[in-house]
Design a protein around this ligand. Structure first.
Ligand SMILES: C[S@@+](CC[C@H](N)C(=O)[O-])C[C@H]1O[C@@H](n2cnc3c(N)ncnc32)[C@H](O)[C@@H]1O
Length: 439
């Protein structure tokens, strides 16, 4: 059972305020939950299908809560950037109605602990060291490939894999762009205050389509801060969240015992995504996956990548517990089949015999050229934590170490679940897999 304690006075004040705004709260309340800040718990036994929280549209904080003159000052800015600017720098009178709510949000210090974007460079940048023969090679990369956007475990071979598409880099760019606009409007404003509210918006908004909008705003701009509902923590299974022109409704998905924590799901996110965007990872995550573009694309000639592109299969390759995704299977077969047979494969026209032969070759490639590299990366990172980890603050150290262990585990499970017996036997004869064997 989780370690749960009372939320405290300011949360009681806010809950009363939320009710005054028309938020309906049934059989749930906020509580402090170890390792998760605040969360929502059942105050009595709850049946499946009970409406737990209803937030009316007029209680939401959206782009419509920001006055036109304040909006106009910013010109072309994302809704995310504008809401953060409104909370951080608008006339205090405009945001004072939200004072009781704001008091319940995390502090900047709390974000500094958990959000990778605020972690010190010792954690986020690669460590390099000089080899005996003059090569400078990376010694330890603490960030997982999906977050750091880099891959490459052997000396002499350093690949800035997804390069600018790493999750952290993308987030930094978004913040930088918004801040550039806001700084023009408020030249004396501090970046720390802005970043604080930008992260509040990042971690607490719900996807919301404003009622009566004529031109659909881009998906990333459909954001709403949702009083009280923003206490819900995330799990890979959770209560149903629905929205319509009247607002948001959260309905229980199953029976809950009194005192039990109740979750919603923020989406089908991998742990790397959750860590970057929300500052935590789950122990159990059915959506967990690893990107494979780095290890795979570096093995595929540019002209073949062109062929994949034309067929609609270039990039976005992933690995889950069950094995590699279908897109990866297609990409791998550019290496194991001739062009004609590759076509047959994507058109589903192989006969049984061809399928069997083809699967063995593809499995072998996946095991040796893809999974083994990932396993190797995880083994090296874990060794790096043993050597350099003590210099890190506690939360990044324990979280990243755990994440790398999950990565190693996931690669191993993918291997066990997807590589066929024949291939395993063959690999066994060659002494097993280097990196995988070590896990
Ligand atoms: C919408 S808020 C939820 C309420 C939040 N826990 C609080 O204290 O106000 C989202 C934030 O809650 C935390 N969180 C959500 N789900 C979590 C989980 N399963 N484990 C740990 N932290 C979680 C993360 O810090 C995330 O950025």
């Amino acid at each position: 059972m989780e370690e749960i304690s009372p939320a405290g006075k300011k949360h009681e004040v806010f809950t009363a305020w939320a009710k005054e705004q028309g938020v309906k709260i049934n059989a749930v309340g906020p509580a402090r939950i170890r390792g998760r800040g605040l969360g929502i718990v059942a105050t009595r036994k709850i049946q499946a299908g009970e409406e737990l929280v209803k937030v009316p549209v007029h209680a939401l904080l959206t782009i419509d809560s920001v006055r036109n003159d304040f909006r106009a000052l910013h010109g072309d800015i994302t809704v995310h950037g504008l809401l953060a600017s409104f909370l951080a720098f608008s006339d205090p009178e405009k945001t004072s109605p939200y004072a009781a709510w704001r008091a319940t949000w995390p502090t900047f210090k709390e974000f500094e602990d958990c959000m990778p974007i605020l972690w010190p460079v010792e954690v986020t940048k690669d460590k390099h060291q000089d080899g005996e023969d003059g090569y400078n090679f990376y010694a330890f990369r603490a960030l997982p490939p999906a977050i750091g956007g880099a891959w490459g475990s052997t000396r002499n071979f350093y690949i800035d894999w997804q390069g600018k598409t790493g999750l952290l880099h993308k987030q930094e760019e978004k913040l930088k762009k918004d801040w550039t606009t806001v700084r023009r409007v408020f030249p004396d404003a501090g970046i720390e205050t802005y970043t604080h509210y930008w992260l509040i918006v990042n971690t607490r908004t719900f996807y919301f389509m404003p009622p009566g909008v004529k031109n659909e705003p881009p998906q990333a701009d459909r954001m709403a801060l949702c009083p009280f509902a923003d206490y819900f923590n995330h799990a890979d299974h959770g209560c149903d969240v629905t929205s319509d022109t009247s607002g948001f409704t959260i309905t229980s998905d199953r029976i809950y015992e009194a005192g039990e924590e109740i979750y919603v799901s923020y989406g089908n996110h991998s742990n790397d995504f959750l860590l970057t965007e929300y500052g935590f990872i789950l122990d159990e995550n059915r959506w967990d996956s690893l990107p494979l573009d780095g290890p795979l694309l570096r093995q595929i000639h540019k002209s073949t990548q062109g062929r994949l592109n034309r067929a609609g299969y270039l990039g976005n390759y992933t690995l889950s517990r069950e094995g590699v995704c279908y897109r990866t299977q297609v990409a791998v077969r550019t290496q194991t089949l001739g062009n004609k047979d590759w076509r047959k494969f994507i058109e589903g026209k192989e006969n049984e015999m061809e399928e069997m032969r083809d699967e063995s070759k593809a499995d072998y490639f996946i095991a040796v050229r893809v999974l083994d590299g990932y396993a190797d990366e995880a083994t090296k990172a874990l060794a790096g934590f043993a050597k350099y980890g003590s210099a890190f603050p506690e939360y990044p150290r324990s979280t990243l170490k755990k994440r790398w262990m999950q990565i190693a585990e996931l690669v191993k499970e993918a291997y066990d679940n997807s590589i066929n017996d024949l291939t395993r036997e063959a690999l066994g004869r060659f002494g097993g897999l280097g990196g995988l064997g070590a896990l």
